[in-house]
Design a protein around this ligand. Structure first.
Ligand code: 3PY
Length: 250
C-alpha cells in the first residue's frame, strides 16, 4: 500500500515532493500522474480549508501520490483533524522546543504512542466501517514530520531530536533565514551553515532529513547531503513558471 511503499522509499533514497496551495483537487490529482512521491497540502500558508483537504487527500491517493497535510502549527486539534481526513502524514511547522515536539507527536498518535483525539467515524476510518483495531494500528503508522526553522529550535535541537515518535526532521530555510535577521536569504552561507549543523546532528541520530528547496540545483545538493524528503516549491508557482517558459519560447 501507499503508506508502506513511501516509508520504505524514504528510508532508502531521496524522495521528491511539492507543496500545494491550490483549492482545486484536480491539480493535486494531476500532480500524482507525474510520478512525484509526495505532496504537502498546506494549511499553514494557503487558502485551502479542512473541507478542501478531504477532497485533496482523496485526489492524491487516486493518483498514488502520498498526501501529507501541513497543519497550521503545534495545535492538537489542527494536527488530529488533518489526520482525520485520511492524510497519511502530518507536518508540523515551527517546532522550537522538545515540549512542542512532544505535543505534536501526542496529537498525531493514539495510545500508547500518544493521545490523539479519537473519532472512528472520520474519513480516515472509512466513516466507521473500518475494523476498530485496524484503524488504530494503521493510524499510528502515519508519518509525522517536524519542522525546525529557527534559532530557538537549533538551540534546543538535541532535546527535540531525543523525542520519540516522529519520522522526519524538516528544515524550513525561509523561516530560518528570517530568524537570523536575513529574511529570504536562503542561499546565504549563514543559512547553509545552520542547515548543515542541523543535518549533522539529525544524521548522527539516524533521523530522516527533509528540507524545502526552490531550485533544481538545491534539490541535487540536498540529495547529495543525504536529505531524503525534498519538498520543491509550490504547485501554483511551478505552474506559473512553466507558463513563463512557454511564453519566452514563442
Ligand atoms: C520555510 O522555508 O521556512 C518553509 O517553511 C518552507 O515552506
Amino acid at each position: 500500500n501507499l503508506l508502506n511503499h513511501f516509508k520504505t522509499q524514504l528510508n532508502h533514497q531521496a524522495c521528491l515532493g511539492i507543496f500545494s496551495k491550490t483549492t482545486d483537487s484536480n491539480v493535486v490529482e494531476a500532480a500524482g500522474y507525474s510520478g512525484l512521491d509526495f505532496i504537502i497540502l498546506d494549511m499553514e500558508h494557503g487558502p485551502a480549508t479542512l473541507e478542501t483537504m478531504h477532497n485533496h487527500v482523496r485526489a492524491a491517493k487516486s493518483s498514488q501520490l502520498f498526501p501529507i497535510i501541513r497543519a497550521k502549527g503545534v495545535d492538537a486539534h489542527a494536527i488530529g483533524s488533518a489526520l482525520d481526513t485520511g492524510a497519511l502524514g502530518v507536518q508540523v511547522p515551527n517546532v522550537s522546543t522538545a515540549q512542542q515536539a512532544k505535543e505534536a507527536v501526542n496529537a498525531a498518535r493514539f495510545h500508547p504512542k500518544g493521545m490523539r483525539g479519537v473519532c472512528r467515524f472520520v474519513a480516515a476510518a472509512n466513516f466507521g466501517t473500518l475494523d476498530k483495531q485496524t484503524y488504530f494500528e494503521q493510524a499510528n503508522e502515519a508519518l509525522v514530520i517536524l519542522q525546525v526553522e529557527g534559532v530557538e529550535g537549533i538551540k534546543n535541537l538535541d532535546e527535540i531530536l531525543s523525542v520519540v515518535g516522529f519520522d522526519v526532521l524538516f528544515i524550513g530555510p525561509y523561516d530560518l533565514s528570517q530568524s537570523i535577521g536575513r529574511p529570504g536569504e536562503v542561499d546565504s552561507p549563514e543559512v547553509l551553515a545552520l542547515m548543515k549543523q542541523i543535518a549533522e546532528k539529525a544524521k548522527a541520530k539516524g533521523i530522516i532529513l527533509g528540507a524545502f528547496s526552490d531550485s533544481l540545483e538545491r534539490n541535487q545538493s540536498l540529495k547529495q547531503e543525504g536529505f531524503n524528503y525534498i519538498a520543491y516549491s509550490v504547485d501554483l508557482n511551478i505552474f506559473s513558471n512553466a507558463l513563463s517558459d512557454l511564453v519566452r519560447g514563442i
